[in-house]
Design a protein. Sequence first.
Length: 413
Amino acid sequence: MAKQLRWTLNRFHSKRPADLNLSPFQPQTVDRIREFLQSHPAYQETPIHSLKHLAKHLNIHNLIVKDESLRFGLNAFKGVGGLYAMGRVVAERAGLDVPSLSFSQLLEPEVQKKLGELTFISATDGNHGRGVAWVASELGQKSKIFMPKGSSISRLSAIQELGAEVQITDTNYDETVRMCADMAKENDWIIVQDTSWTGYEEIPLWIMQGYSVLAAELFEQLQAAQMASPTHIILQAGVGSFAASVAAYFTNRFPEHSPRIILVEPGAADCFFRSFTTHDGHMEEIKGDLATIMAGLSCGVPNPYAYRLLKNLAHASFSCADSLSALGSRVLGNPLSDDHRIISGESGSIPIGLLYYLRTTEEGAEICKALSIDDQSRILCISTEGDTDPSFYRDIVWKGYHSNLPAYSEIIK
Ligand SMILES: Cc1ncc(COP(=O)(O)O)c(C=O)c1O
């Protein structure tokens, strides 16, 4: 079979370096954030599924998948970040007490009067912008969303349906972010971005703290099901905010025996992988179109804060061909026996596609040895989106798009 991946152990991994501040992801802090999210009427924990037959097929002890397609009716996890961050921005503007905040307070007439008309702006491949547009409409405010070149029209329509003004730019994701930051400055709009840069750190951190609620749910769900803690968590990375918040939460929960964190990215946008393979671990940026079917992971510049965390917390990093993501969607969409069926879109399914490859190929067997993945492993994956581009999802699962498993060298520049 043609080569599908490149990978590296992370030489910069350290257990708990003294200068790594994980306090924003302490369970008590995250519990308070969760209380705020719970005060929104649409909040519901997303389910976890133990895929017993697939675990047996892959010769691992168990495989848990959390299905984020059911989050707030938005078909992806991103709303947890937007809701907390935007709720907090608005609360602070209105002078409300954040720790005891509830969503309904934000809708009170005197709060709305104090706030006046606000405009939120954001760059997105689809899911983050959909979350921002949804929260803006829930708050009775405006949003302007910009999508990079090549973005899916159905993802654009889903954002428009939430009342946002949406445009596709002629540049990549990272350039689109910069454009939005400039427009926000010029027009006094509020930029809600899921990545940080010098002088813009607070909102991205709140977004990441919102994501960690998902990790807190997971932790409790595993406990409630009396499942032992995972040995490995495979996390997909775009700018890395999602992976860093889940990794930080689980490290706080298991400071002595934290699960091995395995990062996975598309080969066309593998900025973490490339950074981990530099001699000194500096952050690498990738330019160009970053063309991959994993739209949510098509980011060439890591969030520097997330990078700092993951440089310390990740054990290994994978750079994968699109065909492994397509494989993951097909595996989850066509379960073995009575395993639960999970509809997982391109950025949601890559951890499962990677795991499947690692457990079913000769090349994978060697890598599994190096990562201590064996018949005792308890592996956790998060399907971060459903079929956010439904017709493309069908092209993959029904028509077999990207099943040709092209040579990795054809994809990686
Ligand atoms: C479905 C999905 N999964 C994962 C990610 C990765 O999140 P991050 O960019 O924080 O690494 C994204 C980002 O947009 C996404 O949309």
